[in-house]
Design a binder for this molecule. Structure first.
Ligand code: ZN
Length: 232
């Protein structure tokens, strides 16, 4: 028997999925995993750069692991040399908006201006032009598709997210280990929205646990561009 769902509830559930669902393409196409068949993962970090990003870079460097950093334009303007160091260490830089707004119910003009500002700030300070966009809070909305198209940005979500802004390192590691599979995109945070000197100790500790364990399991790491477009 089919459950009876009131139309309003069904509409709200659909909208929630359209806005937040990692595989939703209602507001534009977005990737959330790479192909299976190759034992590779993409590590991604959102909300940076922050004062603690160099710690993350050091851990990645120790293991020779590339990652993709979705930077916020306002953080790039606050810490331009750290933003630039990310690119200089061979990592990819993506766009994570300028001010990390919650975009639902915002106007398409607001969304476009925020994305453009971030793209310009990242390019000016790092010399890299992002090809990938990750929506703040994973929330997509009207106007994003057009703004991304104009900037040549492709949207990317994640396969597994660490909830590292609230969980302890062991719990973050456990979540990530349970969620990985070939082609997975892992999401952690080297900042906390636009906060100055954010506390990201649990993220760094989780990363110290996670990277060697995943390497031991035979995974290799690639940037988002490599993972999703292996021939380019
Ligand atoms: Zn974010």
């Amino acid at each position: 028997m089919q459950p009876v769902v009131p139309a309003a509830a069904a509409g709200a559930a659909f909208l929630a999925w359209a806005v937040r669902g990692r595989a939703s393409e209602v507001f534009g196409p977005s990737a959330w995993r790479g192909p299976r068949g190759r034992r590779v993962l993409a590590l991604t970090f959102d909300d940076g750069p922050s004062e603690t990003t160099p710690q993350i870079l050091e851990i990645l460097e120790r293991y020779g692991v590339p990652a993709t950093f979705f930077q916020c334009g306002a953080n790039v303007e606050r810490l331009p040399s750290i933003a630039r160091a990310v690119g200089e260490r061979g990592h990819e830089i993506g766009n994570h908006s300028h001010t990390h707004p919650l975009c639902c119910f915002r106007s398409p003009g607001f969304i476009a201006a925020d994305l453009e500002r971030a793209q310009a700030a990242i390019e000016r300070h790092t010399g890299m032009r992002p090809a990938w966009y990750r929506a703040p809070f994973g929330v997509r909305w009207f106007g994003m598709r057009g703004a991304q198209r104009r900037l040549g940005l492709q949207a990317v979500m994640w396969t597994v997210i660490g909830y590292d802004w609230k969980l302890k390192a062991d719990e973050i590691t456990g979540r990530m280990m349970a969620g990985v599979s070939e082609g997975a995109i892992l999401c952690l945070h080297d900042g906390r929205e636009l906060r100055v000197r954010p506390e990201i100790g649990e993220t760094a500790e989780a990363l110290r646990q996670l990277v060697p364990r995943l390497l031991d399991e035979g995974y290799k790491f690639e940037t988002v561009s490599r993972l999703l477009c292996p021939t380019s």
